[in-house]
Structure formats: C-alpha cells, structure tokens
Design a protein around this ligand. Structure first.
Ligand SMILES: [Zn+2]
Length: 319
C-alpha cells in the first residue's frame, strides 16, 4: 500500500515499485512523495472494438488460420493497460582506433575483368570519430514480456499524462519498478552498445576507444496496450494490441483443422522416408553414411511435424 502525497488516497503498490502513479488523481510520484513532472502518455486511438477488429483482421491473414475466425471469435476479456517506459536522449561521441581488413589483388585473369588469380588479405590500422544522438527506451517493468518491452513507441505523439484520458477507457496505469537514475544508467549502457555496433561497421577489431555519452532529456511515458482474450471453439487465445497504432504486439491464434491435417500428412511422409533411408543405410552397412544422417533427420522432422500437427497447441506468430 502507498499513500498519495497529493490527494491523500491509499492505493495498491507492490514491492519494487519505485515510481508510482496514483490511480485517483494520476499524479506520478516517488515513494518519498516527490512529484515527478516529466510524465507523458500516448493517447488511445483504437478503442476496444476497433482494436478487436484489427486483431481478428490480422489473425485471419496468418498462415493456417481458420476462415470463420472473424465471425466465430468471441471476446471474453479485455482491459487497457498503460505500460511505463523511460525514454532518454543520449548524445554519444566516440573516437576509436582499430584494425580493418583490406586486400591486395594480383594477376587479373585476361578473359575475366575483375577476377584475380591471387588475393592477399591484410590488416590495416583505421581510426575515426563520430557523433550520434540515440533515443533509448527502457521498460519500467524489466520482467515484462519481451514483445511488450521491444515494440515501437511513437514518442513524437507524446502528450502530458492525462488522468482523465486513462479513466475514460478504464485503463490500468502501471507503476514503474525503475527510477529515473537507474533508467538513465541503463540508457547510457544501451547507447554504448549502439556506438559499439557503429564502430564495428568501420573496423573488424577495436583497439582503443574513448566515449563521451551524455544522457540528456529523460522522461516517463505511459503507453496504452489492449490485452484481449477471445474464445474460438472451446479454446481461449490471448493477444496484445497497441492502442495508439493498432499494431498487433503479440497474438496467439488457432490453426484450422485442414492446416493441422496437412502437418500430420507431411509428418507421416517424412517419417516413412526417414525410416526407409535408415533401413537402406543399415542394410548396406553405411552407418555413418549420408543415408543414415539424412534418414535420422527426416525421422526427427517427421516426428516433430506429427507432434505439432496432432497436438492442439495454438500457434504464436512472431512479428
Ligand atoms: Zn492521488
């Protein structure tokens, strides 16, 4: 439990929540009760029924989805959750020295321009410096699902956090388990990694480097996500849809009977082929031969396809 320093209401807060949003007045505050000013949100542009329609539309386009999904699916649970993210601008300047690979070409083939009989590779010292401005987003809930953690946030569309807007959709605004300073540290680390990748575009081996990473404007932003559950047949499927853009963050969807039957068919064929090849390999004593290897592979693939086809496990598509 926590007590709001601004409206005096008691509200739920768990262990590890360090930046709290009061569900009664919407004020963002530290656990010591200091108001946090740089608090933004992305507004909801897809209401509940629009996000449901977007989701079913997306699902029905996926491989093997049953044709009657848009009409047969029934939504049984829906809630709007505002997830906290920290966004930092990191101005990064890196100076580096390293070794790059280069090559000398000798003896061009007379008939083939640009083709050489001999190529010598060698290391060549390189150096340089560059400046980049990175926008780093750090999830306020480190343990949250990877798909939620990494989905694109349209930060340009940010507005000051509005408690009334969150309430309009009965949205649940989650506390952040990461404070401002910790978020800045994490942003600095992420910017360093991005700079490393940029240096490695120029050299193959980094020998020395000097980084000047300046974490600038940092703010907290709450991003709305529809968490939906629908029933199809006798099973339930869960999905998350970005309420600002209609982007399907993650979704499970049913596979049609025909699609699963096809999987079982392929599985059986691979299995039989695999067993056949294994038998041939054994018969001719070629145990380590290619036949045994491909035979075992096909057998394994066959078993895997059979299992996937026969099990009623739903599919999850990565985006
Ligand atoms: Zn309050």
């Amino acid at each position: 439990m926590a007590r709001c320093n601004f409206c005096d209401a008691d509200f739920e807060a768990g262990r590890g929540d360090v930046l709290l949003v009061c569900p009664y007045c919407g004020t963002a505050q530290t656990t010591e009760g200091a108001k946090f000013q740089d608090h933004y949100m992305i507004r909801v542009h897809f209401n509940q029924s629009e996000s449901q329609r977007t989701l079913l539309d997306w699902c029905s386009k996926q491989l093997g989805a049953p044709q009657d999904l848009p009409v047969a699916a029934k939504f049984v649970e829906y809630k709007l959750v505002f997830y906290p993210f920290w966004i930092s601008r990191v101005d990064s300047h890196t100076t580096y020295t390293g070794m790059g690979k280069d090559a000398n070409f000798h003896n061009e083939w007379p008939q083939r321009r640009g083709a050489y009989k001999q190529i010598d590779f060698f290391w060549k010292p390189e150096s340089g410096s560059f400046t980049r401005r990175h926008e780093i987003s750090i999830s306020g809930i480190p343990g949250v699902d990877e798909d939620i953690r990494n989905f694109p946030i349209p930060t340009r569309a940010k507005e000051y956090f509005s408690h009334a807007h969150a309430e309009e959709f009965d949205g649940k605004v989650l506390h952040s388990k990461i404070g401002e300073e910790e978020a800045k540290e994490a942003a600095k680390k992420a910017a360093y990694e991005r700079q490393t990748r940029l240096v490695l575009d120029e050299v193959d081996k980094i020998e020395t480097r000097d980084d000047n990473l300046d974490v600038g404007e940092t703010f907290l932003i709450h991003v709305p996500v529809w968490e939906l559950t629908y029933r199809y047949g006798n099973k339930k499927y869960k999905a998350s849809v970005a309420a600002a853009t209609g982007y399907v963050i993650e979704s499970k969807f049913p596979r049609s009977m025909a699609f699963r039957a096809m999987g079982i068919g392929f599985g059986l064929i691979s299995l039989l082929l695999g067993i056949g090849l294994l038998a041939v390999a054994f018969y001719f004593g070629l145990l380590i031969g290619a036949g045994a290897v491909s035979g075992s592979m096909l057998t394994i693939i066959g078993l895997a396809l059979l299992y996937k086809g026969a099990s009623r496990k739903e599919a999850k598509e990565r985006i």
